[in-house]
Design a protein around this ligand. Structure first.
Ligand SMILES: Cc1cc2nc3c(=O)[nH]c(=O)nc-3n(C[C@H](O)[C@H](O)[C@H](O)COP(=O)(O)O)c2cc1C
Length: 208
């Protein structure tokens, strides 16, 4: 797949087939992630690759993470916030319930990848580390899509339960878990959500 096609067609996948993803293939994707640009070439990212058997044991924590994610936000506001998300259909058509199911089960993904960064006191270095990890994650997402694999970049479960999830994944205290990426063969075909017009968000200086 050429880069342009991968960028245009990649979608966040929230339901997966239970077909396993070979370890060698995951490593190939992590190698693509690892080739991302980073400030002063620090390459601060680290990964924890988690198999389904482990993810099953994470379900209670993820369920709680979703409960806390929606607590304090009105149901209407939450429903509005998730309006654009491509969610697999629940039997009763309730999208909030569908999101809850995705959080709890990670869509049945056979693999999830935790992305970690060294804890950092200097805000400038931290900001760059976050940018670096985002570049690495995007490489991972595109490389996966190229192999017919779906992903969903997730930060939501980390809002209230990052420490519990990190502890479960054995992330040492001097590292921070900044994202979870689900990975597997897609179990649905999400449409492209609305994308804003970039022309309305761009200023050109020194052009005619
Ligand atoms: C930093 C970040 C955090 C995200 N967190 C979540 C999440 O917690 N749950 C979720 O379902 N999707 C999450 N997403 C996926 C976005 O919802 C998705 O990228 C967006 O709706 C656009 O859809 P697309 O990826 O198919 O283009 C996240 C994406 C990013 C970049």
């Amino acid at each position: 797949m050429d880069v342009k096609t991968a960028i245009r067609t990649r979608r966040s996948v929230r339901k997966y087939q239970n077909t396993p993803v070979p370890k060698e293939l995951v490593l190939e994707l992590l190698e693509a992630a690892n080739l991302a640009p980073s400030a002063t070439n620090r390459q601060p990212w680290e990964f924890v690759v988690v198999n389904r058997s482990y993810l099953d044991r994470l379900e209670d924590i993820l369920k709680e993470a979703f409960r806390e994610r929606v607590a304090g936000v009105s149901e209407g506001a939450m429903r509005q916030a998730i309006e654009d998300l491509s969610l697999p259909e629940e039997e009763d058509g309730d999208r909030l319930k569908a999101l809850g199911t995705f959080y709890r089960t990670l869509g049945g993904a056979p693999v999830a990848i935790g992305v970690c960064l060294p804890r950092e006191k200097d805000p400038w270095v931290w900001k760059n580390n976050i940018s670096d990890s985002a570049a690495a994650i995007e490489n991972l997402l595109l490389a996966a899509w190229d192999q017919g694999l779906g992903t969903c970049w997730m930060a939501g479960p980390l809002k209230a339960r990052a420490d519990m999830i990190a502890a479960f994944l054995g992330v040492p205290p001097d590292r921070e878990l900044v994202a979870i990426v689900t990975l597997g063969y897609p179990g649905h075909q999400p449409p492209m959500p609305p994308k804003k017009d970039v022309a309305n968000k761009t200023r050109w200086l020194g052009f005619d």
